[in-house]
Structure formats: C-alpha cells, structure tokens
Design a protein around this ligand. Structure first.
Ligand code: PXL
Length: 264
C-alpha cells in the first residue's frame, strides 16, 4: 500500500485541510499520515481561531512519519508563516525523490487568511521549485504572479506558463468558471493541456481544493501519470461537490466519499 503524508492545517469543522486529506486518502486506498502545521478553529467569522504550531513540532511529526513508515508522496497545504515554509522546505530536501504536490493555500472559503502576506515570496523562492506539481486557483495564481488573470483562455494559458517560470515540475492552474465549465490549465514545459468539467451551481464547496489535491497526490503515489491523476481527481471532486453537505451555518462541506458511493 502506498504511503502518503499531508503537511497542512487541521480544519476543525472537517471539510478542508488535514481532515479532507485523510478522508480522501482513505477513499483512494492509500495509507494516510499527517504533519499538522496549524489548527483552524474558526472558518466562518474571523481569523481569531487560527493557531500556529511550532516548527520543532512540525519537524518531529515529519521525522516520525518518514522514519517509522516512509513516504511515497507528499501533499502540502496550509503553511501560514515564513518560518513554517522554511522548515518544510528544509524537511522536503531530505526526500528529494518523493513526488510533492503543493496546493498554495492562501484564503479559506469563508475568507480566513491562511498564508501571511509576507510569506508569499518565501513560498515562491524555497518551496515552489521543489514541487512536482503546484495547484493554485486563480486568486492564488494572481498573488504568486502579482498580476490580474483574465477569464480568457489566452490569458489563462499565459499565466500558467508564467507560473511554470517559478520552476515547479508542472503547474495546474484551477481557473474556475469559463463559459459555464470548470477549467484547469496544465503545463509541464511541453504541451499545454486543458481539463474541463461542468460547473456545479452550489455555495457548499468547502474543502474542494484540498480534496482535489489530496486525490491527485494519492494517484501519483500509486504511479498514475499526471494527466490521468488530474482526470481522476477532477471526477472525484466533481462528485464531492455535486453531493456536498449543507451542514450548519455558512459554506457546507464537500462529500469526500461521494464517488465511492456512486450516487448520481
Ligand atoms: O480550503 C482551504 C483550507 C485549507 N486548509 C485549512 C483550512 C482551509 C479552509 O478553511 O481550514 C486548514
């Protein structure tokens, strides 16, 4: 069984972060492990409920995972601070051969700030060049590039190539809605590829980005090539959003197990 670790924040309400990743790993039949960088206890109001872990705690978790079990692929989500990014960058250098999927998480669905403003340059310089794939959404891509990205295929393709110039192994720009379809643009230095999926009309999409990247990481760990892993993950998250759960107040959770249930 392939062994996959997520380095991310704990999202107490269960839709996103570590919780989304572990649920998704289980769905995709890989062995899930976690390195928790922060605790997010409040996604619906302010940023009061964000607690950052110490770098020595992060390092200890990573060593436990790497030495006691071993790692076939890593997913990286919320890192929050410069200090954590530098620590994670140092830890990842100890596993150079392991595929690394970096979801450059910046803002939660309810507006919580999950990456400090002064951390973006450090993320670009130290972490992104170690990625096998980065999966920014449009807003994250705009912050990484320092420019606006327009909803036209031309500009989306240009932006994807600009992101590739930051030196990851490959880029998947989750562009969001273009003409009623959810469009992603992929570039690995060779061919540009466009992935499309019908858009689902719901506000209950909390955890979608994490779930997508977690599924992708699991597939890559199993040896699925990148285009195939992206296709599977698009289907997986499409089902999870289609059958999302409008629990409580605010933005409801994706249903991580929807594809297995094969409810349509
Ligand atoms: O969906 C982005 C995200 C990632 N990681 C954690 C989160 C959230 C959204 O709230 O809480 C820990």
């Amino acid at each position: 069984m392939k062994r996959v670790v997520t380095i991310a924040g704990s999202a107490a309400q269960g839709s996103a972060g570590i919780q989304a990743d572990l649920k998704t790993f289980q769905e995709r039949d890989v062995y899930g492990m976690s390195v928790i960088t922060a605790t997010v206890a409040n996604n619906s109001r302010t940023d009061e409920g964000i607690f950052i872990r110490e770098t020595k705690e992060i390092e200890a978790q990573f060593h436990a995972v790497n030495e006691m079990v071993g790692i076939d692929a890593v997913k990286i989500g919320m890192l929050f601070s410069k200090e954590i990014i530098l620590k994670v960058s140092e830890l990842l250098k100890t596993v150079p051969e392991v595929p690394k999927i970096i979801d450059p998480v910046m803002i939660g669905k309810m507006g919580s700030q999950l990456l400090a403003d002064d951390a973006i340059e450090v993320l670009k310089k130290y972490l992104i060049p170690q990625a096998t794939l980065i999966t920014p959404n449009r807003l994250e891509a705009e912050k990484l590039l320092g420019r606006k990205i327009f909803s036209e295929l031309d500009d989306l393709e240009r932006a994807t190539k600009e992101l590739y110039a930051l030196n990851p192994g490959s880029v998947l720009l989750k562009a969001g809605e273009v003409d009623g379809q959810a469009i992603d643009v992929f570039y690995d230095g060779e061919a540009l590829k466009i992935f499309e999926m019908p858009l689902i009309d719901t506000i209950h999409t909390s955890g979608a980005g994490c779930t997508f990247a977690a599924c992708l990481t699991a597939e890559v760990a199993k040896g699925v090539e990148m285009a195939g892993a992206i296709q599977i993950s698009k289907q997986f998250v499409h089902a999870a959003i289609k059958h999302s759960l409008a629990f409580g107040k605010g933005v409801g959770s994706v249903r991580h197990g929807a594809l297995r249930q094969m409810i349509d």
